[in-house]
Design a protein around this ligand. Structure first.
Ligand SMILES: Cc1cc2nc3c(=O)[nH]c(=O)nc-3n(C[C@H](O)[C@H](O)[C@H](O)COP(=O)(O)O)c2cc1C
Length: 151
């Protein structure tokens, strides 16, 4: 597959809540399907799951990212999908990962705290509108950079 030119490269990030108790087997099923599909579609990214809350980064050609996100959004295994970001980027942050998964146990305390804070604000029964979550884009950027060591 021809890699998309930088101008077409899109990074989309969302957060959502699991609709039932998620075990490792449920996660493995999602990851296996994601890796097969994403490899075929030239998509890369990462998935975090902590305390019933998903955080996912999808990167690739804009139309593929949007189509896959539309499918993911309809998946009844999660709900309350909140788009944190969808923008053009110059390069991929996770070029080696068809869908990387970093378990909560592997997160540094600061990364886990960031996720816990974000979940409490936007991934809860009473999510605050994103406009009220100050500086979220800046924080997302710093959070993603902290994953370079894993990728
Ligand atoms: C939290 C979450 C993340 C997912 N991430 C992806 C993904 O990155 N790529 C993907 O193809 N499907 C992903 N899925 C699964 C899709 O919702 C859908 O079940 C799947 O794409 C259907 O694939 P199929 O048409 O090959 O059966 C995800 C589902 C959930 C709940």
């Amino acid at each position: 597959m021809t890699p998309p030119s930088a101008a077409q490269l899109r990074r989309l990030i969302y957060i959502s809540s699991a609709t039932h108790d998620f075990g490792q087997a449920d996660l493995d099923q999602i990851l296996a399907r994601s890796r097969t599909n994403n490899t075929a579609r030239g998509l890369t990214g990462m998935l975090l799951f902590h305390d019933s809350c998903f955080f996912q980064v999808l990167e690739g050609e804009a139309a593929s990212v949007e189509r896959t996100f539309a499918t993911i959004s309809r998946d009844t295994r999660h709900g309350g999908v909140i788009l944190l970001e969808s923008k053009s980027v110059a390069e991929r942050g996770f070029p080696q990962w068809s869908m990387g998964y970093v378990g909560a146990h592997a997160l540094h305390p600061a990364q886990r705290q960031w996720l816990v804070d974000l979940s409490a604000r936007v991934c809860s029964d009473n999510p605050k509108p994103l406009s009220e979550v100050a500086g979220i884009n800046v924080h997302v950027e710093a959070f993603l950079s902290s994953f370079r060591e894993f990728a």
